[in-house]
Ligand binder design. Structure first.
Ligand code: UDP
Ligand code: MN
Length: 347
């Protein structure tokens, strides 16, 4: 009997010891697993999520001056719209930090540029300066629409950058080019749409880059404030003022006057813009109306209804003949001086 009790208690002791051992083993492995998770969490501060993937940001890019929310680096300009879109001015952003956020996303920047008729003469400078300043280090595809493909200048492009030439008919009136721009932009985007993480900028060819135009300009819908009107009251903006036009803006409407010579954003957003402006432009034309500044007027109407998510300051489209205003610390892109009578088919 005594013997039996001893065997029973021995079994009980062994079972208890086994349970204790198992418990301590499990809690040990849980702790070490937690330690791993903690390590991962700490790591996640240095990680950028791209879809389901994670990419490391180089730690040296995280070494920068502490930002402040009470003391702005620029106090002479407004850096945010009333609908809380950033207004990009030199000094309001950190280019190295922005590049380190956007580079791992492996995006392609598409640029469209029209060089019809004599405007082909502007293409060389446009492409050469784009090489120096426009999204350097990113994948860039530049689409050139021209009726003179043989006159497209040979420009050496860095790896990851491509030039795609598309043939368009010669125009009799310069307004025709303006009319077809939105249509062709819409078509290029439709070819690309499965890659809807990519961005597009639609730029005037009679211009050149002087300074960085990079990842700070990326956004869903991006508009550039016109250098000629950004200090003016809206009553002076050259919006379309006839209510019969689909580009009409009433006297108390309009935020800024935006350029037709530079706009962009995510493919999907710019596709919607191009489609809408083209539709309104063509519907106006059917009724014999041409807006004051063609597609620029339709663009301005569009941006009033669909607020841009990022606004670029006039640094992003200045004019070479215009002296720099004090708030413009850098000219990044600007229209070259040209003689309309010499270059437009019907000026
Ligand atoms: N354009 C063109 N050929 C022309 C007229 C215009 O290729 O004969 C294109 C070109 O890309 C140009 C854009 O349309 O940059 C807008 O025209 P323009 O620059 O003359 O307008 P502005 O900037 O003077 O308002
Ligand atoms: Mn122009």
């Amino acid at each position: 009997m005594i013997h039996l009790i001893n065997v029973k208690s021995l079994t009980a002791v062994l079972v208890i010891l086994g349970v204790l051992f198992l418990y301590s083993f499990l809690s040990y492995s849980r702790t070490s697993h937690q330690q791993n998770i903690t390590a991962e969490n700490r790591l996640s501060a240095d990680v950028v999520a791209v879809g389901n993937e994670f990419h490391l940001v180089a730690p040296e890019h995280l070494q920068y001056e502490q930002p402040s929310i009470v003391q702005g680096s620029r106090i002479d300009v407004v850096a945010v719209t009333p609908w809380l879109a950033p207004i990009v001015w030199e000094g309001t952003f950190n280019p190295v930090l922005l590049d380190s956020i956007y580079k791992p996303k492996n995006i392609t920047i598409i640029a469209t540029v029209f060089a019809v008729g004599k405007y082909i003469m502007f293409l060389k400078r446009f492409l050469e300066t784009a090489e120096q300043h426009f999204f350097v280090g990113f994948k860039v595809h530049i689409y050139v629409f021209t009726d003179r493909p043989n006159e497209v200048p040979p420009v050496t492009m860095a790896s990851g950058r491509r030039l795609i030439v598309r043939l368009v008919p010669t125009a009799k009136r310069w307004q025709e080019i303006s009319a077809r721009r939105m249509e062709l932009i819409q078509m290029v985007i439709e070819e690309q749409l499965p890659n809807n993480r990519n961005y597009i900028f639609c730029l005037d060819v009679d211009s050149q880059f002087h300074g960085r135009w990079g990842s700070e300009s990326l956004g869903g819908l991006v508009a550039v404030t016109h250098p000629g009107y950004y200090r003016d009251p809206r009553s002076k903006f050259p919006y379309e003022r006839r209510p019969s036009s689909r580009a009409y803006l009433a006297p108390r409407e309009g935020d800024f006057y935006y350029c037709g010579g530079a706009f962009g954003g995510l493919l999907q957003e710019v596709h919607h813009l191009a489609k809408t402006c083209r539709h309104n432009f063509e519907a106006d034309a059917q009724e014999g109306i041409e807006a004051a500044w063609q597609e620029e007027s339709h663009l301005n109407r569009y941006m009033w209804i669909n607020k841009p998510s990022k606004v670029l300051s006039p640094e992003y489209l200045w004019q070479d003949f215009k002296p720099r205003n004090p708030e413009v610390h850098i000219v990044r892109f600007s229209g070259v001086v040209k003689n309309y009578a010499d270059i437009r088919p019907n000026a």
